[in-house]
Write a protein that binds this ligand. Structure first.
Ligand SMILES: [Zn+2]
Length: 134
């Protein structure tokens, strides 16, 4: 295996491990949210997919009238971060930390996608060099 191919595989593995680690950490943070610690014995606490309506869930699902006057829009990245901050509508330090980790995971997933494309490019060249399909 060429060093370029090995580097691409290592890059992919590092990104995959980071995504997995961040996913675990997000779960831990959301588990510390006071809403998560309340027994979910009321249906209103769960969404249609059975997910608990944490502060983070509420910020993600918050809708407000759009600026153009038609329909509703969700919050952008800054709006979600603000809504989870102290003194705001869905203030919760655990959900806010989870959201920061979600943003980091988003970047890690982009890196994972880039690494996957690099590996596929190497694979296509290797296949073509053997006279296979491209
Ligand atoms: Zn929370």
């Amino acid at each position: 295996m060429s060093s370029k191919a090995l580097s691409a595989i290592i890059r992919h593995e590092l990104a995959a491990q980071e995504v997995a680690a961040l996913t675990r950490r997000i779960g831990v943070k959301l588990g510390h949210c006071p809403i998560s610690r309340t027994p979910a014995d009321n249906e209103w606490m769960l969404d249609e997919k059975g997910r608990l309506k944490t502060h983070l869930w509420q910020a993600f699902n918050h809708r407000e009238p759009s600026d153009c006057g038609y329909g509703e829009v969700g919050l952008g990245e800054d709006g979600i971060a603000d809504a989870l901050s102290r003194g705001s509508e869905f203030a919760c330090r655990h959900c806010k930390r989870a959201y920061q980790l979600i943003l980091r995971r988003k970047k890690a997933r982009q890196e994972l996608g880039n690494a996957r494309r690099a590996i596929r490019t190497i694979g296509r060249f290797a296949l073509a060099a053997q006279g296979g399909a491209q």
